[in-house]
Ligand binder design. Structure first.
Ligand code: KET
Length: 422
């Protein structure tokens, strides 16, 4: 047997690290969103509060598995005919059909005309990534415009997927609203054919969405310049509590007969975060194009992860195809959305009663999972250090992580940050 090559220093007697072929590897920073949870987990304080990642919590501060999800899982487990074979590269056929129907609407002409190519992917992120790589291989224009600001992973997903990433103006910090003029100007001067990423609803991190009239203007501009819309739909049902209302933007673009991409996630609206279940739909101009597009999507997916996992998609399909379960889901979804809205009102009132300086009405005006507070990174660091409140450094808080019990603590922290830290 060969001698172990751990060198023992003759002077100290301690073993020295041997040379590694990875000696040059520098430590990477934690992810700006998921790293917040890593820091939170290390904090021993009993009052600590994680408002970083967008993950729903109950009034008791616990993760929630929806009742319909438990029921669907029970059905699946009891069905002994179910096996663990590989799914096709594109995933579960039922799941794909039902997902397209969910986002585009049951009566969508695009579905009736068979011109939607849908593949099951690894949640929202995986759907975006597969879409990016397909575009990089098969689309004539490699630039994607993403809103400023946007979900922090977008530039990385699209950049590594092979696209070149540019931004368009979206948010105006002065009004804490949409910079609609800036948006129109930037998209108006984008090269014809460019891809445009749009948050279908509940824009992350700002909680600011265009009105239906503004969406219509955006649609006209995008179509007139032959830009290619790519929707990220991670919060359908979470913004308004209605699945149909939250899909309006996407449906406007499909109704005009033009082509578009949609990445769907079931992480938030079905609470299936760790199951990694989502879909990419590409709405094409004809059934023939859609089937060729699907054949090429398979060539993107096969070497990336071969085929998607079966369990999460089976849960979703079981719920979507059963009228009773679907109905129950919409009720549970509405309850989650309503609890978040109630947290907005409670936090707003708590700041008002403390006389916290500033206008905090954006807390109740913004929609979806997050409030973009306007707190700066020093104020955020202060709140983490002094109050054990964890949030992303851009001042975003996940309203879904709050409860009636923790609102006063957060309000105290914001009040202190607003009065003590510039
Ligand atoms: N798009 C948006 C806009 C988004 O906020 C997320 C997740 C995703 C896609 C991807 O979700 P997936 O779990 O892949 O379906 N956002 C939250 C979690 C995260 O950062 O991963 C967040 O912003 O906290």
């Amino acid at each position: 047997m060969e001698k172990q090559s751990i060198a023992v220093s003759p002077t100290s007697g301690r073993s020295e690290a041997r040379n590694s072929v990875f000696d040059h590897v520098v430590r990477a920073p934690e992810d700006p969103i998921l790293g917040v949870t890593v820091a939170y987990n290390k904090d021993p304080s009993p009052v600590k509060l994680n408002l970083g990642v967008g993950a729903y919590r109950t009034e008791e501060g616990k993760p929630l598995v929806l009742n319909v999800v438990r029921k669907a899982e029970q059905t699946l487990v009891n069905d002994s005919s179910r096996v663990k074979e590989y799914l096709p590269i594109v995933g579960l056929a039922d799941f794909n059909k039902l997902s397209a129907k969910l986002i585009l609407g049951a009566d969508s002409p695009a579905i009736q005309e068979n011109r939607v190519a849908t593949v099951q992917s690894l949640s929202g992120t995986g759907s975006l990534r597969v879409g990016a790589e397909f575009l990089a291989r098969h689309y004539h224009e490699r630039t994607i415009y993403i809103p400023q600001p946007t979900w922090g992973n977008h530039p990385k997903v699209f950049g590594l997927g092979g696209l070149s990433v540019k931004t368009y103006r979206y948010y105006d910090p002065a009004t804490r609203g949409l910079n609609f003029q800036g948006l129109l100007e930037d998209l108006g001067s984008a090269p014809s054919g460019s891809v445009v990423l749009l948050h279908a609803c509940a824009h992350n991190p700002t909680g600011v969405d265009p009105t239906p009239e503004q969406w219509e203007q955006i649609r006209q501009l995008i179509r007139s310049k032959a830009l290619l819309p790519f929707f990220d739909s991670a919060y359908q049902g979470f913004a308004s509590g209605s699945l149909d209302t939250d899909a309006l933007s996407v449906r406007m673009f499909v109704a005009d007969g033009g082509e578009c991409f949609v990445a769907q996630s079931y992480a938030k609206n079905m609470g299936l975060y760790g199951e990694r279940v989502g879909a990419l739909s590409i709405v094409c101009s004809s059934a023939d194009v859609a089937s060729r597009v699907e054949s090429q999507l398979k060539l993107v997916i096969r070497p990336m992860y071969s085929n998607p996992p079966i369990h999460g998609a089976s849960i979703v399909a079981t719920i979507l195809k059963d009228r009773t379960l679907f109905q129950e889901w919409t009720i549970e979804l509405k309850a989650m959305a309503d609890r978040i809205i109630s947290m907005r009102h409670q936090l707003f009132e708590a700041l008002r009663s403390r006389g916290t300086p500033g206008d905090w009405s954006h807390i109740i005006k913004q929609i979806g999972m997050f409030t973009f507070t306007g707190l700066n990174s020093e104020q955020v660091a202060f709140m983490t250090k002094e109050y054990h409140i964890y949030m992303t450094s851009d001042g975003r808080i996940s309203m879904a992580g709050l409860s009636s019990k923790t609102v006063p603590h957060l309000a105290d922290a914001i009040h202190a940050a607003a009065t003590q830290v510039a």
